[in-house]
Every structure is written in structure tokens, then in C-alpha cells.
Design a protein around this ligand. Structure first.
Ligand code: RP5
Length: 172
């Protein structure tokens, strides 16, 4: 299937923190391609991948990096496709460094930044963008939301039945 999302990771050491994205894309059947490409260690590859993405049929780019993360911004500079940035933890500053580096983009060059290590939300947001032109995908997203709601309601039912202490004993 033609990949619709390009996922760039600054390092292979970032991959374990992006398992949430992998599972959301699998659940929603979103075709994607992934590459390791660092804004600092291999800026040429970042330029090549982000510059050619639209012509290759990519519709959204997710860029995940840690530390002084410039990947998402460097990608945004080279494409008109929506870019979702995922700041990653793992540094001495626990991802706050990557959050600030990713979210504080100058005017005219936006990066839609999700929370630290929230690859799952990057995947949901990418899917919601794609769903604007894909009713089957929109339906799959709705089903997931309904499942989330039903799960919370079931947990609340148990809370009302058992009380807080009893709930903790059963679930803890
Ligand atoms: C960033 O530096 C990467 O995105 C990664 O989060 C961090 C450390 O990379 P490695 O030294 O583990 O390759 O550019």
C-alpha cells in the first residue's frame, strides 16, 4: 500500500519510545514509511526525504527526536505538508529540552507538537488529518473513541460499585 505518512526518527535509540505510534497505525491500518534521519548527523538525508515526500504521495510527516531536537523544524522548512513533532525523553532534561526545541517554531513555520514521548498521539493526529479525505479511516477513528468511552464508563461503574479503596484492591 502507498505510504501516506513519513515517520522520521533522529536515531535508532528513539525507536523504543515510538511503539505507541506503531500500534496506533496498526490498529487504524495507516500505511507509513519510517527512516532514521538526523537533523544534525545527516542533514542531507533529512532534506532529501522531506523535500521529496509530497511528490512521493506522503500526506503527513511525523518527526521524533530527543535532546536539542531540530528534526521537526528542519523538516517543516522543506515541505508544505503538515509536520507533527514528537519530543522524546531520554536526556538529562527528560525531554523538556526536546519539547522546547520542537514546539517553539517561528511564525510561518509551524510544527504541531504533541507531548513528550506521545508518539501515539502523533499517530492519532496524523490519522485524523488523513481522515479528512478518507471516510473509512474516519469510521475506524470513531470506533476507537467509542471503545475508549465505553472502557471509562465500565471503570466508573466498578468504582461506584466497589468504592475507591475496593477498586484499588481489585485493580492494583
Ligand atoms: C537525538 O539525539 C536523537 O533523536 C536521540 O533522541 C538523541 C540521542 O541519539 P543517540 O546518541 O542515541 O543516537 O538527535
Amino acid at each position: 500500500m502507498q505510504p501516506l505518512v513519513l515517520v522520521l526518527l533522529g536515531s535508532d535509540s528513539d525507536l523504543p519510545r515510538m511503539q505507541g505510534l506503531l500500534s496506533v497505525f496498526e490498529d487504524l491500518e495507516v500505511p507509513f514509511e519510517m527512516a532514521f534521519a538526523s537533523a544534525h548527523r545527516d542533514p542531507e538525508r533529512v532534506a532529501e526525504l522531506s523535500g521529496s515526500a509530497a511528490q512521493r504521495g506522503i500526506r503527513v510527516i511525523v518527526a521524533a527526536a530527543g535532546m536539542a531536537a531540530h528534526l521537526a523544524g528542519a523538516v517543516a522548512a522543506r515541505t508544505l505538508l503538515p509536520v507533527i513533532g514528537v519530543p522524546l525523553s531520554g536526556s538529562a532534561l527528560s525531554g523538556v529540552d526536546a519539547l522546547y526545541s520542537t514546539v517553539q517554531m517561528p511564525k510561518g513555520m509551524p510544527v504541531a507538537t504533541v507531548g513528550i514521548d506521545r508518539g501515539d498521539n502523533a499517530a492519532y493526529l496524523a490519522a485524523q488529518i488523513l481522515a479528512l479525505g478518507d471516510t473509512a479511516l474516519a469510521q475506524r477513528l470513531l470506533v476507537l473513541r467509542q471503545a475508549q468511552k465505553a472502557q471509562l464508563q465500565e471503570r466508573d461503574r466498578r468504582l461506584q460499585e466497589l468504592g475507591p479503596q475496593g477498586y484499588l484492591e481489585v485493580t492494583g
